[in-house]
Design a protein around this ligand. Structure first.
Ligand SMILES: Cc1cc2nc3c(=O)[nH]c(=O)nc-3n(C[C@H](O)[C@H](O)[C@H](O)COP(=O)(O)O)c2cc1C
Length: 245
């Protein structure tokens, strides 16, 4: 994979070229199986902290992609919640953002892609950090449990350029599959890192160690709730068309 962006196309992130078959690394089969079951569950998790050895393991995984993972203490979780609340209020007030959200979660959604109502909660959670505001409620029942046993963390890069974004994406992918294999639920929170104003607030939580790419919640899934439904996937024969805003 060539990571260098093309100077004439700042949106180009990477070129992937298959050059030869290689022996799978020892964990590859386990991670491949995790791809089948990995999913996003927005419901409140179990009131039980993740094991203490998980964070160092995930930090080591992030480091292999030249990225970092910084857990947040209670005060910083409150600051993250405030930044997400602000970002979501700004997004909801912006008709263009609401339209964009509708193309992948709302009535305009392609039935084979995006987030169906079955994966969107029937109401807001009682958690400190608010769930994504999809502009409408869904059909996935939500209980009034809190998530104060969960761990919040910021996935960050050592630069804020396309190469660092790509590396953070690779780190997220590896971290997500590793947590899936350990039965730990990972919930991403991207609202606050999207607009520059709140992205700066999240950056400040890192006190200079890096540039925030994504906030994540790590928690033990609540087994009494059953599995969340899977989101649809487009067939691999369908290509993606990027629509200019
Ligand atoms: C970079 C990234 C950011 C995401 N941000 C959010 C978010 O802010 N809130 C949320 O509820 N889900 C978020 N998600 C989860 C996606 O909505 C989800 O992965 C996608 O709809 C596919 O569903 P699945 O994970 O269940 O397969 C994010 C996923 C990625 C990869």
């Amino acid at each position: 994979m060539r990571l260098l962006p093309q100077p004439d196309n700042p949106l180009h992130l990477a070129t992937i070229t298959a050059i030869a078959r290689a022996r799978p690394v020892p964990d590859a089969q386990r991670l491949r199986q995790a791809i089948e079951v990995r999913h996003t569950d927005r419901r409140p998790p179990k009131q039980q902290p993740i094991p203490t050895d998980v964070m160092p393991l995930l930090q080591a995984t992030a480091a292999t992609h030249l990225s970092g993972l910084q857990p947040l203490d209670r005060d910083k979780v409150l600051e993250l919640a405030a930044a997400i609340t602000q970002a979501q209020a700004d997004e909801t007030a912006d008709p263009a953002t609401r339209r964009e959200l509708d193309t992948w979660t709302g009535t305009d959604r392609h039935s084979g892609a995006g987030i169906p109502d079955a994966n969107i909660l029937t109401g807001p959670t009682s958690t400190t950090v608010p769930n994504r505001d999809f502009g409408h409620i869904g059909t996935l029942p939500v209980n009034d449990q809190h998530d104060d046993a969960a761990t919040y963390a910021i996935l960050y890069g050592y630069a804020d350029d396309p190469r660092a974004w790509l590396r953070a994406g690779q780190a997220l992918s590896d971290i997500w599959l590793a947590t899936t294999a350990m039965n730990i639920a990972l919930l991403p929170f991207s609202a606050a890192v999207e607009p520059p104003r709140t992205r700066e607030l999240v950056n400040r939580l890192l006190i200079g160690i890096g540039y925030a790419q994504l906030a994540i919640r790590l928690a033990i899934p609540d087994p009494t709730q059953g599995d969340a439904p899977r989101t649809p996937r487009l067939p691999t024969t369908e290509t993606i068309e990027r629509v200019q805003p």
